[in-house]
Structures are given as C-alpha cells and as structure tokens.
Design a protein around this ligand. Structure first.
Ligand code: GDP
Ligand code: MN
Length: 361
C-alpha cells in the first residue's frame, strides 16, 4: 500500500511500483521443475512462457530437481531465463531408485508384458521412478523445506493467457490446498489394482482421515446419488478413472507433508504397484486429494489457459480472453474441455462421498 501511495503519476513509475508491490507481497512459494539435462530447450520454452504470463512481475524462485547432477549449461541457461532466484538439487538415490524389496524377476516380466501390450511407458523403468518420486518424495526434498506452496512446471508446456491473479495468493487467501487446470480419464491398464489398494487403505485406517460428507469422493467414484452412475469410460472397479493432470499442479506442500498423506502413500507403496503396474502420480495425487481434502479446498483454475501435449485448455469467455491476451482457441479440438475424455463435467456435477455411503451396503 505504501508503495502504491508513493507512486507518481507517470505511467512508467506506476508500472514499476505495481511490480515492486507484487514482489513484496509474494507468497512463500516456488516454481518447481523435475527435469533432465537434455530437456533444456523444452525447459526454457516453459520458463519463457510462465515468466511472460506470470512470473516476470513476481520473481518467484525456480527450483530444479534431478536424479543426476545438472550440468553447467543447464544451470547457466535456466538462470538467465528466470526473473527470480534459481536453485538446483540432486535427488538422493534412495528417494529415486527402485527399493530393494521389489522382486526383480517379477519386475522384468511385468516390463516385458506391458511393453508388448503397448501400454504408455509400460516398459520404462525410469518413468516408474519418476512417478513414485512425484507421488511420495518430491515434497520431502530438503530444498523445498522453506516453502509452503509449489507450482509444478514441466518442459515444453505453454501458458496461453496472462495470469489475472497470483495463484499462490488465491490459494492461501481462500484456504485452497490443491489447484488444477485439466482433468481426464486415466488408462486403466496402468493401474489395475490401484483402487482395491485404496479401499484397503480406507478399511485399514477405518476411514479416520476421510470426511465423506465434505470430500470429493464423488469426483473419483462411479457412484452418485442414483447409485452406480453411467460411466463415460468403462472401468472394472468403482474408481471412475478421473484424475487431475498433474503436469500442471499448484498445491500446498503441507498437505503432502501431512501424516495422513504419508500414511496413504506408504500404504500404496508397500504394494509395489508403482513397479509391478505403472501407477502414475496423477491418479495417486488425485485420489488422495479427493479423499483426504474437502472439496472446497480444491480449486479449478478456470482462467489459466494451459497446454501440455497432446491437450490444452482455453478459457471460453470472449472478453476475458481479450483482457488476458490469450493465444488459444476454445473451439479448437485440442481444447480438452470439449472432449469426452475430460472429467470436468464430473468435477462440476458431484460433491462429496455421502451419496456413496448410502449405497455402501
Ligand atoms: P509425461 O508428461 O507423462 O509424458 O512424462 P514426462 O517425460 O514429461 O515426465 C514427467 C516429468 O518428469 C517431466 O518434468 C520430466 O522432465 C520429468 N522426468 C521424467 N523422467 C525423468 C528422469 O528420469 N529424470 C529426471 N530428472 N526427470 C524426469
Ligand atoms: Mn510431460
């Protein structure tokens, strides 16, 4: 406020002061990218887009994580691209590698089988490490201890519009713990036993961390008020396969650090499904968020146009798109919100898990 009062009437000074105010009022947050050295060009494209659309006025820190050391070219170029401070951390091997209790023979068999079935990343070992890391370990990295919020960024993504607000501030002021832009159905082949593992967790913990009256259970369940509802995608369990697309994610680190999330993760991890199947961090985060948080602690960032191949989302309000200088076409087939595989309708439609309880005989 003081800064605003001090501002003179000249246009440039006002702009400068507004930016200074934004910087001064920053939240305790970081932009976060897990990335490989060879992905530098894509990392820079994502950074350029997010800097232009949002961070150039705020100068939030950028944090980069990698399972091998970043090379000097990567560090130099990303530091040059950032408007804020940059920091780089090496992930400890025990947070990244396959645990020793994974049965190697079984694991190799699974890899081959999933490769033959042409399951996306089905034959990849490193992808599994990445998904397990993003499910259970990213928030435990020392370098993140100082922060409350993170904004996950991936290489080669694009933000279509100027941010009309600081999403971190929106989250804190409205008590939001998890924010998303895109939601869709998961490939069931990657998570055949995930849901039964979640159900086991619920029973083991006697539903004690789950508030079915207020959570978003209905978002991930095939059940609604009328019982088993019409499912857009066939699923063989009561999980409807809806998940938040976690390549975009703005969230409260303290949620993931919480005892209840860790307990949830440890239960899943102990079944080995990150390796024997190919559980993604997206369904894992999404199910945890839908069970453990209240639905009103989750925010859909409707105004933030975003693209990660092969899908994007583009705001549809004409005037807002002009105001935010959006570079996207909401009627284009790439806009996932129009596609049957989007779960947005499901998000809008249903609230808590209380309807499920009615049918849980
Ligand atoms: P997709 O979006 O599911 O197709 O998977 P990506 O290849 O984009 O990987 C997801 C995120 O994890 C991206 O930010 C990648 O840069 C990162 N990532 C994936 N595998 C590795 C890895 O082996 N090492 C590191 N350091 N990052 C990885
Ligand atoms: Mn990606």
């Amino acid at each position: 406020n003081r800064m605003l009062k001090l501002s003179s009437n000249t246009y440039n000074d006002e702009l400068l002061d507004e930016t200074m105010v934004k910087t001064l009022e920053r939240e305790n947050a970081t932009l976060l990218m897990l990335v490989r050295n060879w992905e530098l060009p894509g990392a820079l494209r994502s950074m350029r887009s997010l800097e232009d659309r949002f961070n150039k006025d705020f100068h939030y820190d950028w944090t980069f994580l990698n399972d091998v050391p970043f090379d000097s070219e990567f560090i130099e170029a990303t530091t040059a691209m950032a408007s804020g401070k940059t920091q780089y951390a090496l992930i400890p091997a025990e947070d990244w590698n396959r645990p020793s209790w994974i049965n190697e023979t079984l694991f190799e068999e699974v890899l081959q089988l999933m490769e033959e079935k042409n399951i996306l990343y089905g034959g990849s070992k490193s992808y599994r490490n990445m998904c397990r890391f993003n499910s259970g370990f990213f928030f435990r990295q020392k370098i993140l201890d100082q922060y409350d919020y993170y904004f996950r960024v991936e290489p080669d993504v694009e933000y279509f519009c100027d941010f009309p607000y600081d999403p971190f501030k929106v989250m804190r002021l409205n008590n939001k713990k998890y924010g998303f832009t895109i939601t869709m159905y998961e490939y069931e082949d990657t998570i055949p036993s995930l849901w039964e593992t979640v159900e086991e967790y619920l029973e083991d913990t006697d539903y004690q961390d789950v508030d079915m009256e207020n959570n978003a259970y209905g978002f991930v369940s095939n059940f609604d008020f009328f019982g088993k509802s019409f499912a857009v995608m066939d699923s063989s369990s009561d999980y409807n396969l809806c998940h938040f697309w976690t390549n975009f994610e703005i969230a409260d680190l303290n949620f993931f650090r919480s005892e209840r999330y860790i307990k949830f993760f440890e239960h899943l991890d102990s079944k080995g499904g990150f390796y024997y199947e190919r559980w993604g961090d997206a369904p894992v985060h999404s199910i945890a968020v839908s069970l453990l948080l209240n639905k009103d602690e989750v925010i859909h960032f409707d105004e933030l146009g975003y693209k990660h191949m092969p899908f994007g989302t583009c705001p549809s309000a004409y005037y807002m798109k002009l105001q935010e200088r959006c570079l996207c076409d909401s009627n284009h087939p790439d806009n996932i919100d129009l596609n049957v595989i989007s779960c947005l309708r499901r998000w809008w439609k249903d609230g808590s898990g209380k309807y499920f309880l009615k049918h849980d005989s």
